[in-house]
Design a protein around this ligand. Structure first.
Ligand code: ADP
Ligand code: UDP
Length: 244
């Protein structure tokens, strides 16, 4: 289908991994994916060649898959190798982490072995504030600091569990175990939309057969083969879904 032209406007925000641009449509933004990588709250910095291309492709395909199953997302279309057109939202400053298997900060907090399967998914909330190091919060903080209202949070938590079911199955079909990941939601013109990105930058993905780490932990832990890892996830994700 013929796509309407879109013109790139001013740079609105340059973040750690992406740049947001205005467009000639006030309701749409262009999200540009960079190769920059950061970890440990920005203390470790680097570049992973081709990461932006892979993350744009992975995220686009995943958003399209979720939309096809009734999840409302900010994804409009993939514009180029590194660019995605998205619906402009007001980002809710609550990062939603969903966990299926013990890893990362949960292993430390609970003194539990990495790799232990959880009997049910855990949803955690973090205050999206880099200067504070994204501290963990709960529904009381969300309410008391007016980050979101109860109806919004009820919707977000319900949606997060549904997204989790879809993503666990999606990754399982391509031989990847979805350990944990972070979601961001925003207020759009017609309600709450899943926003930001879903990629190995914000997910822990393990090869189901070998257990090999196939996500940003390779950068955090200096495990090497960074570009190859992002390309491998991108290749597997593309293999299951229709390309634009
Ligand atoms: P950060 O800003 O945390 O360093 P990124 O480099 O990923 O992160 O920058 C992307 C920024 O854009 C994030 O702050 C994210 O919350 C925000 N964002 C993602 N999707 C949208 C959207 N549809 N509308 C407005 N802002 C968005
Ligand atoms: N995560 C993220 N951004 C954040 C915090 C966490 O994308 O600001 C993701 C992270 O990649 C992992 C999951 O959320 O997949 C859980 O992260 P955890 O709390 O274990 O922290 P980490 O060990 O990554 O510091």
């Amino acid at each position: 289908m013929e796509q309407p032209e879109i013109r790139m406007g001013d740079k609105l925000h340059e973040g750690k991994a992406k740049v947001l641009f205005a467009t000639d449509d006030p309701g749409l933004l262009i999200q540009y994916f960079k190769d920059d990588a950061t970890a440990f709250n920005g203390k470790k910095k680097g570049t992973i060649e081709d990461k932006g291309v892979c993350n744009n492709s992975i995220s686009s395909n995943i958003f399209r898959m979720l939309e096809g199953r009734g999840v409302k997302t900010h994804f409009v279309r993939r514009l180029s190798e590194r660019e995605m057109v998205v619906t402009k939202v007001e980002i809710i400053l609550v990062e939603v982490v969903i966990r299926n298997i013990v890893a990362g900060s949960l292993a430390k907090r609970m003194g539990a072995p990495t790799g232990q399967k959880l009997s049910e998914p855990i949803i955690e909330l973090y205050y999206k504030d880099d200067d504070l190091g994204d501290p963990m919060i709960n529904r009381c903080h969300v309410r008391a600091f007016s980050l979101a209202n109860d109806a919004e949070m009820d919707h977000i938590e319900k949606e997060a569990l549904r997204i989790n079911e879809l993503l666990v199955e999606f990754f399982s079909d391509i031989g990847l175990t979805l350990v944990d990941y972070k979601l961001e939601f925003g207020r759009g013109p017609e309600g709450i939309l899943l926003a930001d990105e879903i990629s190995p930058d914000g997910c822990r993905l393990w090869d189901t057969n070998s257990g090999e780490i196939l996500d940003k932990d390779r950068f955090r832990q200096d495990l090497g083969n960074l570009t190859g890892t992002y390309q491998e996830v991108s290749r597997r994700v593309s293999s299951t879904v229709k390309q634009t």
